[in-house]
Design a protein around this ligand. Structure first.
Ligand code: KG4
Ligand code: ZN
Length: 464
């Protein structure tokens, strides 16, 4: 039996129905859902189809009644177990993250089975702490939002199971959230004036995405990575350089790079011959590895000489590699972003904002360089604070709020839903459809998908 977790499969609600929902009395909050359902049946007739566009103003965080909405967000797609409680107007009541840093150090990356175990061990405590810190209980919630993809199936399942268990016990609706959409939309919580359309660069351990966000759930993918994401390149380089990666490879490398000469080593900038907005970091990773090997550093690193016990000369060499890597890794971002800005402005001249989010966006050098690109093009850079750039429950709760208000959520699970149910998880789930000009030959080999994109699913449900 497969449960449908995607909120987009629910019928869209009309503007009037959404408005009435927002006016509904706040408690008991379960009422939101029942009222909403009855409104859906009376207000969204086929003759007055609502579009995502017409709902956008309702989704503005300025509506005071949204304060009555209380969303629990749960995130377990990768190596962090996270939960948060957020009000409909964006007030963050709690934010809890339990990271698997020790496992990362031990296995050199995310080992799915170990990560699943760590999520299972942490999830109850993390969610309970999020509720306690917010001074609420499950019965106060309006709904539960949970990441359903993309990510590791084993890990996603832990969060989804927890979300459904709570939703079943307390009769709460569920909003299935796209992890990368959440990275983008959290910028609307941070910056209440951030309206659609906007351009977004999403950079994390597993993804490098350039998207044009037309509206909630309506995205065009301008570029993606043909192999590794930038975060993966930071993580591996940090490991090979013998850095202390307990707080993450990215932050460790960023810190060491401050001591190095960014022009010491001439790494090649990837994909310059491809005039598109796609990314590639596998080649740069190899260049770093070769640089380390050719300076006889690699053997010493793997022999267990951490940077903390390196000689001054050895430390300087490693810092030079780190700084040179960072310069080229970010230059690759800059070049693709410059082209993406041009494409985006051609399609939507009204764009004012350039969102940069995802774990790597917490890097100060990345922010500074991309701010320069934004300014050069007359755009405002919007980048959430580092704690909201790296994986967190707030972004899931907030994205849940945005979709819930737009009428996309699932009914509470049936009381007899079995515990060992096969959930509808989406480990490989594109956010939007590819921009035709952006399709590169190098990517055409790699587009095998398991799920249709979020945007095409939403469009499909609108035209039913
Ligand atoms: O978004 P995120 O927390 O998780 C994924 O969805 O993957 O991103 C994690 C990635 C990791 O590769 C981590 O090393 C990188 O973000 N990261 C950084 C920094 N902080 C986190 N990379 C460079 N500089 C940083 N300061
Ligand atoms: Zn992420």
């Amino acid at each position: 039996m497969a449960a449908t977790l995607l909120p987009t499969l629910s019928p869209p609600v009309s503007r009037a129905a959404a408005f009435l929902l927002l006016r509904a009395p706040p408690k008991p909050l379960r009422t939101h859902h029942h009222l909403f359902r009855s409104l859906l049946s009376s207000a969204s007739s086929p003759s007055t189809p609502a579009t995502l566009r017409s709902l956008a103003p309702m989704a503005s965080a300025a509506t005071p009644d949204r304060r009555d909405l209380l969303m629990l967000g749960i995130e377990t797609s990768c190596d962090d177990t996270a939960a948060a409680v957020v009000r409909g107007d964006g007030e963050i009541l709690s934010q809890v993250v339990s990271s698997q840093a020790d496992l990362l150090v031990k296995y050199g990356g995310v080992a799915p089975k170990m990560a699943e175990e760590a999520h299972s061990l942490a999830i109850d405590q993390v969610v309970q702490k999020a509720l306690d810190d917010a001074h609420v209980s499950e019965s106060d919630l309006s709904a539960v939002a949970v990441t359903v993809g993309p990510g590791l199936s084993l890990c996603l399942r832990v969060g989804v199971h927890k979300a459904r268990t709570i939703a079943k016990a307390f009769g709460l609706p569920i909003v299935g959230v796209h992890h990368m959409e959440a990275h983008a939309l959290v910028s609307r919580l941070v910056n209440k004036g951030l309206d659609f359309p906007f351009l977004a660069l999403l950079i994390s351990g597993g993804h490098n995405l350039l998207i044009l966000a037309h509206n909630l759930g309506d995205y065009v993918q301008l570029g993606t990575t043909v192999d590794d994401a930038i975060g993966e390149a930071y993580d591996k380089s940090a490991r090979w350089l013998g850095l202390d990666i307990r707080k993450g490879g990215g932050p460790a490398l960023e810190e060491l790079a401050l001591e190095g000469d960014p022009n010491a080593i001439k790494f090649r900038v990837p994909m310059r011959q491809h005039k598109d907005c796609n990314f590639s970091y596998a080649g740069l990773k190899t260049q770093v590895r070769l640089a380390i090997e050719s300076r006889n550093l690699y053997g010493r690193c793997t022999d267990g000489i951490p940077i903390s016990s390196a000689t001054a000369e050895d430390r300087q060499l490693r810092a030079d590699i780190a700084a040179s890597f960072q310069r080229v890794a970010v230059l690759h971002l800059e070049e693709r972003c410059q082209r993406a800005v041009e494409w985006a402005l051609k399609m939507k001249p009204s764009i004012n904002n350039f969102v940069v989010s995802g774990g790597v966006a917490s890097n100060q050098y990345v922010r500074t360089r991309l701010n320069y690109i934004a300014e050069k093009n007359g755009l405002q850079l919007v980048s959430p604070p580092p704690s909201l750039c790296t994986d967190n429950g707030v972004m899931i709760a907030w994205t849940g709020i945005e979709h819930f208000v737009a009428g996309r959520f699932d009914d509470p699970p049936a009381a007899d839903e079995p515990d060992d149910m096969q959930y509808d998880l989406r480990p490989r789930w594109p956010l939007g459809e590819e921009y035709s000009e952006g399709r590169s030959v190098s990517r055409s080999m790699k587009t095998a998908r398991i799920h249709p994109s979020l945007t095409s699913m939403i469009q499909g449900s609108l035209h039913k």
